[in-house]
Write a protein that binds this ligand. Structure first.
Ligand code: C2O
Length: 479
């Protein structure tokens, strides 16, 4: 079979047959019982399932079956990208097979939502086929989900920092450099990690635009156990999957992890379009054009227009350096109001100092936000050194990054009798610190870290979901 081409949803007509057939297939899949691997709800349960939150409880597959196939989503670690690629592939084939059963074309491919497209003024608007109440034939539209918190009215979702792809695409490595340094594109080394209990560091692509856009749409999209119930989820993940490919192609030196644990160490289980069990390891999915995947994207060009530098091996090794802690504080509560933490900072005395002295290279600076636990479908904007008495909004130039709380509730729960260690994000603030140094606004003694909630009316909308979060530790590392 020829390659299936996944296309940009915004470049298709509003009711392209790809959307119409998707809608019909979703309707047919919704009619199948949750015990059928080809049903809509089973597909969402592969990602995560919480019986207590099931709006339509009914007969479930046996516990041993659930154990193997449900609640499998890999988050906050280096399996995030390969696992979601496998998951999307089988989902796409199940939809495609359903479309054929309904009398549709054989070559259906999942479109993607490119909310970061600078050439499209509507990029952050949810495509019309996911908002319209009815299909062109007048029947109800299963692609429209009323539970969404934002975007069903056609207004843009999130803000431009939620859809920034260049921070992630500029990463020179896939894997995080240990626990506190460069987060990498794809996250930290780990075994099977459903994102409960112990979580490693999340990669840049998982933080933004992935996590930030989950939160920006909200509703079903805001939690692991319901995300797959929103048909838009699959277009969001097709875009994330595409961005992995964009990263691979934009610099020939960019490569996936080469460690056996990533390549073959963990096997993931799914069902194929015929409802038969299948399993995969990550090394199988690195080439989407290979059998059995056989798909490609209509556009994998590099959207980040900085002049490309050819990086030397020495430059690449920069991110391998061992990070040294220069500041830390504990326990900051995050709620509906902005919060500020002050960190006392000591000049580097170990490897980061040696580096500065021996090579004249200023160290990279990483802001670590660890053990984030609690509840709240919200993102926070993080800023450095906002002057006392002024607000972060007055200082966009002090913006350090977005902290999306997608998955925080899940990461706060325990899997194995241990408490959940929560989310861990690392923001590379090297450029911001350099800029502050140039302006004389970086005192080596103290750093102020401000957290600004992006509530967008959520504080009134959902009393029960008020953000109530805690950052266990904030630290600054240099390497
Ligand atoms: Cu496993 Cu975007 O979620």
């Amino acid at each position: 079979m020829a390659l299936r081409i996944r296309k940009d949803a915004w470049k298709l007509p509003p009711w392209d047959p790809a959307f119409e057939w998707y809608a019909k297939a979703v309707g047919a899949m919704q009619a199948r019982p949750i015990s059928d691997p080809r049903s809509w709800r089973y597909q969402a349960a592969i990602h995560d399932y919480v019986a207590a939150a099931d709006p339509a409880p009914g007969p479930l597959p046996p516990a041993a079956h659930q154990q193997r196939y449900w609640r499998q989503c890999q988050h906050f670690c280096w399996f995030f990208l390969p696992w979601h690629r496998m998951y999307l592939f089988h989902f796409e084939r199940i939809v495609a097979a359903t479309i054929v059963e309904l009398g549709g074309p054989a070559d259906w491919a999942l479109p993607y939502w490119n909310y970061s497209d600078d050439t499209n003024p509507n990029a952050r608007v949810i495509p019309a086929a996911f908002r319209d109440a009815t299909l062109p034939d007048g029947t109800p539209n299963p692609l429209r989900i009323d539970e969404r918190d934002f975007g069903n009215d056609g207004s843009p979702v999130g803000d431009p920092s939620d859809t920034d792809v260049c921070t992630a695409l500029r990463k020179t490595r896939f894997e995080s450099a240990g626990q506190f340094g460069d987060p990498g594109l794809g996250g930290g080394e780990s075994g099977f990690n459903h994102g409960r209990g112990f979580a490693t560091i999340a990669g840049e692509l998982e933080r933004v635009p992935h996590g930030s856009m989950h939160v920006a749409v909200g509703g079903f999209m805001g939690a692991f156990n319901t995300a797959g119930l929103d048909p838009l989820f699959w277009l969001h993940h097709a875009n994330i999957d595409r961005l992995w490919q964009v990263w691979r192609e934009r610099d020939t030196a960019n490569s996936d992890p080469a460690k056996p644990l990533w390549l073959t160490g963990v096997r993931f289980h799914f069902h194929d379009h015929a409802g038969q069990p299948v399993s995969h390891v990550s090394e199988e999915v690195v080439d989407t054009r290979a059998v059995p995947w056989e798909y490609a994207y209509d556009d994998t060009s590099n959207p980040c227009l900085e002049v490309e530098r050819v990086r030397t091996t020495a430059e690449r090794l920069v991110t391998e350096r061992r990070p040294e802690m220069v500041a830390a504080t504990t326990h900051v509560e995050l709620g509906e109001r902005p919060a500020v933490a002050e960190l006392a900072m000591a000049p580097p005395s170990g490897p980061a100092r040696t580096l500065a002295e021996s090579r004249g290279t200023a160290p990279n600076v990483y802001l670590n936000l660890e053990n984030i636990t609690g509840v709240g479908q919200v993102s926070y904007g993080v800023y450095l050194n906002v002057p006392e008495g002024e607000t972060a909004e007055q200082h966009p130039e002090l913006f350090a990054g977005v902290l999306p709380m997608f998955g925080v509730e899940e990461a706060s729960q325990s899997d194995t009798g241990h408490g959940g260690s929560g989310l861990h994000y690392t923001l590379d603030v090297t450029d911001l610190v350099r800029q502050l140094q140039e302006q004389g606004a970086w005192s080596p003694g103290t750093v102020r870290v401000s957290f600004v909630p992006r509530l967008r009316g959520r504080e009134t909308a959902r009393e029960s979901r008020r953000p109530n979060l805690e950052v266990g530790r904030i630290s600054i590392y240099m390497s």
